[in-house]
Design a protein. Sequence first.
Length: 471
Amino acid sequence: MKYLLFTATFFCAIAIKSYAQETPPNNQTFNFSVQDCINYAHEHQTAVINAGLDVKSAEYKVKETIGIGLPQIAASASFQDYIKTPSILFPNSLNGLYYVLNQEGVKGSDGKVIAAKTFDPVNFSIYQKYNSNLGLTLNQILFDGSYLVGLKASKTYKELSIRSLTRTKIDASVAVIKAYYQVLVSNQQIKLLNANIDQLKQQLDQTVAQNKQGLVEKIDVDRITVQYNNLLTNRENVVRLLVLNYQVLKFQMGMPIENDLTLKDKLENVNIDNSIADASVTSDTSFYHSRIEYNLSETNLKLNELDLKRKKSTFLPSLSLNGSSAITYQNNSFSQLYSVSYPSTYFGISLSIPIYNGGQRINQVRQSQITVLKSRNDLYNLKNQLSLQANQARITFINGLQSLNNQKSNQTLAQEVLRVSKVKYQQGVGSSIEVTQAQTALEDADNKYIQGLYDALVSKVDLDQAYGRIQ
């Protein structure tokens, strides 16, 4: 049965499940409705928690981007001990003449360049042995198109992370609802098995008593005994699967497997028919706006458009303010190093005008334009895909509901056939084979009813998801 196979697919996943978040103390007992389970999953399911952390990270990313446009201030400090100070060659003074060092060379007081061979050079250093610098630098963006677009993009990125969180919550809700219904259906299956076991036990006891009186043959007792044993085995299998179904539900909720969980909702309280009216309405062509997948695709398109604007903004000039203030200390004596300071301060404006970079910028713009076009095509295709998905879910739900109603009728008919077969057998106008066949038919009808019930419940969840009703 499909719903039993659904449980098996999670068995290995449950075995390797590990929790990154803190979990409640073990062996707690919870009595939850389906909405309680959904709320619990939104607080404890690992994927939801990680998506929430992504939102927090996006908030920090926005603040980081804003910080780029704020004044950037840095402090610096340095110390040098010249073991050998750098020096330059300079002519020795003669006859009271003085010399000027400029770009043309060394000139005398008469303005003529003096050849190096006409004087004896001496070493002259402009450095002291000990040097220290303390400084502050300031940079402030006055205009930068890339920064302005990047600021908008960072906020859109945060919006994307929020919508991703919503999608993760919806996925968690769908998984929890399906697992919750699976437990309810398994409980219903056990009730049907118990009812069949009880009536078959009665029939077995009566047949055994009739056999002792010589009214029926031993083979009749054996036939019923085989059916009775099969029902007991089937019930034991379903009970074990029910335990696993509870574990699947707790796994989907992010609840420790060892905790005890009971369900408040009853299967008879689940209104399967409440979507049939909505399911028959196909005139609403704007429902896809309620689908988080469409919202995510819209946000992704917005990000690509902002990236295109950022690439285009690189053609604009950028303007920034910069400044520096520093204090220099120099002395040949370490103890006197900081006795005299030589301060310097400046402020300036820097303008950068892009002229030519080999066509890199224009080709980057063209690539981004193609990315935007592809995103728009993907958005259009997603709209059609969601419409098709909704129609498929609607038809599947209608078929599942009709199949469930048919299985209910077959179950009722099988019960009546079994009742009549028993009466005929007791009155001696029927055979034990007819009773056995009727019992088998009832068990088959019960199994098909359980499968149809689960399929109808799952298709209802899929329909609600397709029309964006699960938020």
